[in-house]
Unconditional design. Sequence first.
Length: 742
Amino acid sequence: MASALDEDTQRSIAEGQETAKAFLRSIQKDLQKVFVVFLIGFLATFWALRTYIWDRLREVTESNMSAAVAEEADIIATTPFEVILLQAKIGLVVGAIVAIPPLIYVTRDELRARGMWPQSPIARWKLALLGLLGAGLFSAGVAYGVLAFFPLMFGFLAEFGLEADIQPTYGIVMWTEFIVFLSLSFGLAGQMPMVITGLSYAEIVPYETFRDKWRYAVVAIFVFGAVFSPPDPFTQLLWAFPLVALYGFSLYLAKLVVTAKRSSDRIDVLGAVRNHWNVVGGVTVLGGALVYGFYEYGGRTGLNDLLRLAGSTRRFLAPGEGLGLDPTTALGIYAAVWALAFAAVGTLWAVYTDLDTTSAGAQYGDPTAIDVSELDAAGVRAAPADAFAEMGEEESLALAQAAIDDDDPEKAQAILDRFDEANEGSDGEGGDADGDASDAGSAGGDGDAGGDGLVGSVQNRTSRAGSTFLAELTDGEEEAAEDDIGGYYKDLKFIFDSLRTRSFRIVAVFGVVMAAAFTWLYLGGLGTVRSDLERRVPAEIEGGIEIITLHPVEALIFMVKFSVMLGIFAAFPVVLYYAWPALRERGFVAGRLYQVYLWTGALGAGMIGGFVLGYTTIAPGIIGWLVTDARLADMVITYQVSDFLWLVIYTTIGIGFLADIPIAMVLMNNAGVPYRVFRERWREVTIGILLVAAVFTPADVITMFLATIPLMIAYGIGVGVLFLVTFGGRRDLSPPAEFIGE
């Protein structure tokens, strides 16, 4: 039997095996030392968790809670071996991390022999400096999370849970992993300056990419904070602002090292300070004056009042309080420290300004180092040709597209023209490129600033690139491939294009409904639903149902998921309304636009009717039966918030969704999907339902089937209804749509 791996792959695997064996042989005599380091890290972590770390994490969790809220908060173990297994898992991870440096050290000779170790010597002080800098940034990120972010976050979460009558009882594994992983994320975020500077200096990712895409970075930071932090604005800003400031500082450092590298210039700190002594001196005085004014003119009192209103127990102390210093002396020290900090910021600005004015291409005559993206149209036309001769076609297209996005078609046209001029005659395609540029230029010269001509030029270039890729992919059979791909792709593209101009309205409907649902839940709706359902359970159940949250943000995650689900349901009729003409034109459906109103009304009625039935009868009945059964067995009734609320969703909205399945099948038959398709495609429907159930139900096979079986029963009922309505498929409500027959 022939091997499934080619010779190169087999050779690579064999070389990897030999390398691994060589490493093991080289460290055999030192492996015990590495294992001892691992064991020390493992045992130290195991001991520290039991004697210190968990108590410290508990203090952090409760540090910003009121006494009443802290009394209600608790940490529990849900399985017998949960605590010791968690200690072992964390100890193994820490031990492995601690053992990596000595493992690398003892294999340095083997790594050097195989070319995997730097050949040129690196000064140890540089390595030590980088190590200290990385450790300091990591420690600063973790300290910020532990000392500033977590106290406010846990204080909010616990108080919010109690207001919704949800007990803040955290599982020790979820609670520990939440703090550890989020602390690690802050620590890794602290490495941002080193990572961005290193990637920029090594030119793995150009500095200009980090600089030009800063808006995306800021949006990503705020989105991540909105998902993984509580919804109150103060905590989200507490998450986002330090990271945004850190990103800006990272750009500054990257600009310094990249500019110095490109210009082969040394950074002259003292010279920069002398050149801008007035600015550096001014900000130094400003720093000291701000601190003095903060303490002497009511700033400390006002900020303490704001912290009190926010529910924080932290306060800014008077100068010298808690340090045993005289207030006047302490204030002088504070002012001096902040003056030095402001002086450092002023010095950084001065260095940046001097390097920026002596950047590559400005004084040092390297035309290829000119940043074309920073030039205007006139600057592009005046720039040396060498700057464009070094470009690739993809880079020129990207720069032109960026100019179009910035609403500067004249600059985009100039970039394409200069690129074509610089590369004319360098290859066999120079004439075509020049022709494209000429067409674009003639179209843009009549006052339209590169309108259709520019777009045509970009499209022609893109078409050539796409055709080349397709030719490589299909061995030259472009036309056949385009025909094969064409069908449904063109149909779907046509439908999506019809929605593009209406996307703002669709997103607006989705956003408004999602925000309204989340706001209602956040302002008390969650507690209202929980209390109302508890009131419906049998009266003989004393003490009600205790709902707990095992994960700190479990209730918030449920609220977000539920709000997104309602937003999707609300946006579906809008999408259907705007897509119906395109669907009808492409033959996917039949009938006029008024059918959208029929769909919306019928599906809405089915959803509302099923929801009312579930909320008034089915959900209370099932929950009451479960509670009664548990009480009769002398069990303590404590439900996890996500499981309880999803049970409510499945037995209320889920009933409405089940009712909508037969209704939707009848509507689809009326829109051109024949009865035979529903009858013959039940296997594909079953697989699709299983996939959906696997994604949207808890990670449990039994639960997945509990969700799948009712859906398939509803589908079977829909097939039966269609059998009666269409007389066994002999007369559908509408002739089959065109795509059915293709």
